[in-house]
Design a protein around this ligand. Structure first.
Ligand code: NIG
Ligand code: FE
Length: 392
């Protein structure tokens, strides 16, 4: 048994409203003790019990490690030229995905795993202690399966996204591709995936195709996540709610009926402000979703096309400055919200019984994540009470 204590925490954001003040459950002058990687005690620093290892936080802010519930870290190449053209006025479209598919198919298994590991390490240095990893740049039975194996090398939260876009070789027979995804591809991928996802969008998959794929995946025991309403206000959000998806992601273009459907459901709205930032789009209506009682998460959507960033502190800053959330709400969405999106009850919140995944800031308050955008404030990162390298 090994115990670790963090003392003199100026501001502890537990992300459990019932554990302290406000939506982030803030406790001041606090200490945390973990035993064998799991939180056992939280209380006033002055009453902290002795531990084998102690860290004096010197009045700094401590919060849960970020839970990034939407990433696409398995790919090869980049699309800087596409980004450059976009910044000169070319619109983002789903078709750009095919550029990355060609590079991914040409990469070895080792390259895909190394690329994913590099991005996950980059995220960890900025405070992310749990990630989700999607396939979706292979789009053959073999390339989707090996993408998931690469994803599994960095996280247990792997998502089969064979229905990311119809690959070029199926362009004139998209329903044959849907048959492949629902049949042989799903059979090969399901053993390596916890979740299935479909990009429901003009230029990707329509609602009927998405329903077939998601129902087939559900029948195989996979949980559901859906990319919906990113570029247009389609029926993807309502489909996700109807099928009981754990999460519906993007939610940029929503009508009142979409918000009502989400509010009456257990489906989390996982918002990805990095995609909106990098495609010069309007932002998802986070304020309206939160006020309607929808569970909101924020995630990086790290991918080479629409959001090539791993920075959850940037997502917090964007959610506050561009989407109308308060700093406390945005940090909740990046921690407890991410855990809810992945239906995880062991992470995302700092209370006894949860994993000791916590980060310290070079700041007295979590508010500084939004107040000081772009500044590397995460000085220390622990997962299961084990220190990881940080960016500072
Ligand atoms: O979440 N929307 C679909 N997938 C990614 C973009 C993929 C790409 O452009 O490569 C997204 O934004
Ligand atoms: Fe995505």
């Amino acid at each position: 048994m090994t115990s670790v204590a963090w003392t003199n925490i100026g501001e502890l954001a537990t992300a459990d409203a019932s554990a302290g003040e406000g939506p982030l459950g803030v406790v001041r002058d606090a200490a945390v003790v973990a035993v064998d990687g799991v939180i056992e005690w939280i209380g006033p620093s002055s009453a902290c019990p002795p531990a084998d290892e102690a860290h004096d936080m010197d009045g700094r802010a401590v919060l849960p490690g970020f839970v990034d519930a939407h990433m696409h870290p398995v790919f090869a190449g980049d699309r800087a030229a596409e980004f450059d053209a976009r910044m000169s006025g070319t619109a983002y479209s789903a078709g750009g995905i095919r550029t990355t598919v060609a590079a991914t198919r040409a990469a070895s298994d080792a390259e895909l795993a190394a690329n994913a590991a590099r991005l996950v390490a980059e995220a960890a240095r900025q405070g992310t202690t749990t990630v989700e990893a999607k396939s979706g740049y292979g789009l053959t039975v073999h390339d989707e399966a090996r993408s998931l194996v690469a994803g599994k090398s960095v996280t247990e939260e792997t998502t089969f996204l064979g229905a990311h876009v119809v690959p070029a070789e199926y362009a004139d027979r998209p329903d044959d591709y849907v048959d492949l995804v629902c049949g042989e591809m799903l059979d090969a991928c399901a053993p390596h995936a916890k979740w299935a996802d479909v990009f429901v969008e003009r230029g990707a998959f329509d609602v009927d195709q998405a329903r077939r794929i998601l129902e087939a995946a559900q029948a195989k025991g996979l949980g559901l996540r859906v990319h919906a309403n990113q570029l247009t206000q389609g029926a993807g959000v309502r489909l996700a709610v109807e099928l009981g998806a754990a999460s519906v992601d993007h939610c940029t273009h929503l009508g009142d009926d979409d918000i009502d459907a989400l509010a009456g459901s257990r489906t989390v709205a996982t918002l990805v402000p990095g995609a909106e930032f990098s495609t010069r789009s309007t932002y998802a209506p986070a304020r309206r979703l939160w006020d309607a009682g929808v569970t909101v998460a924020i995630a990086s959507d790290c991918n080479p096309g629409s959001s090539f960033t791993t920075s959850m502190p940037l997502m917090v800053a964007l959610a506050v400055r561009e989407m109308g959330l308060t700093p406390a709400e945005a940090v909740w969405a990046a921690t407890a919200g991410g855990a809810a999106s992945l239906r995880r009850t062991d992470i995302g919140v700092l209370v006894p019984g949860r994993r000791a995944d916590l980060i310290a800031l070079d700041a007295p308050s979590f508010v500084h994540l939004a107040y000081r955008p772009g500044v590397p404030l995460v000085t220390d990162v622990w997962r299961s009470a084990q220190r990881l390298p940080s960016a500072v």
